[in-house]
Design a protein. Structure first.
Length: 63
């Protein structure tokens, strides 16, 4: 399981975009707008960060 900080997420549309970008490369995705964090399974952190950068959401792996 990988947790990412995605500070630019702020609304439901952002959440949907992030989920859609990560769905093809993960087995599970959880987006928390309150903490602006994403938890994902099934892909390395580098690939998750790259997928989010491609849609305009810079991310940083936590931990």
């Amino acid at each position: 399981m990988t947790t990412l900080s995605v500070p630019d997420m702020s609304c439901g549309h952002c959440k949907a975009s992030v989920e859609a970008a990560l769905a093809p490369i993960t087995t599970a995705v959880t987006v928390d707008l309150t903490t602006r964090q994403v938890t994902a399974e099934g892909a390395p952190a580098e690939r998750l960060v790259q997928a989010l950068a491609e849609i305009g959401f810079p991310a940083t792996a936590l931990g």
